[in-house]
Design a protein around this ligand. Structure first.
Ligand code: FAD
Length: 154
């Protein structure tokens, strides 16, 4: 099994798209991620998985907080900005939820405090204790087979 086959197989799992955001010393940093899932209802826990080369990794380790912004179908550009797929830097305005940076217009904003950290292979799993949630009635952006989609198209 080579890396490409593994990536292709994992790409068959259709997901939503999130932007993970954190804030350290007054600076907000965001990163696009689809390795996100709900872990526990009582207590309310989620998990994200961050690659060892991502700049956001040490920022979350230090700040001990992050938000998960589940992107809406009209937010593909934000996904591309925070995945480094749009090269020129763009100004993005963040709102606040429980004092943490969140993206306006997302389907869901989930504010978290890091409750555990597990290094697994070349990624780090952050377990987040959910401290607040904000919801909007919008359709999600979808990622499948390496491409952005909308539910209507699917
Ligand atoms: P950078 O490369 O520094 O940041 C990424 C981009 O965000 C840069 O262009 C930067 O300018 C911009 N940016 C950051 N903060 C701000 C701000 N405040 N205002 C404006 N722009 C800002 N990687 C994972 O580790 N885990 C995943 O689950 C994952 N899922 C992905 C899912 C999808 C659909 C895609 C497309 C990519 C995914 N990636 C994932 C890859 C990851 O998004 C990229 O590797 C990313 O570029 C790494 O970000 P970084 O923290 O190194 O930060």
């Amino acid at each position: 099994m080579d890396d490409r086959q593994f990536r292709t197989a994992m790409g068959k799992f259709a997901t939503g798209v999130t932007v993970i955001a954190t804030e350290l010393n007054g600076e907000i940093h965001g990163m696009t991620a689809n390795a996100f899932m709900s872990v526990s209802l009582d207590p309310k826990l989620v998990v994200i998985s961050i690659g060892e080369r991502a700049k956001i990794l040490n920022k979350i380790k230090e700040s001990k907080i992050f938000t998960v912004n589940i992107l809406a179908e009209d937010q593909q550009e934000l996904s591309m900005i925070f995945a480094g797929q749009i090269k020129e830097s763009r100004e993005v305005i963040f709102d606040r939820l429980d004092g943490k940076p969140v993206l306006a217009g997302a389907c869901a904003q989930v504010a978290c405090e890091v409750s555990a950290v597990h290094v697994e292979g070349d990624h780090t799993l952050f377990i987040g204790k959910v401290t607040d949630i904000h919801l909007e009635e919008k359709e999600p952006l979808v990622f499948f087979n390496g491409k952005y989609r909308t539910l209507a198209e699917v």
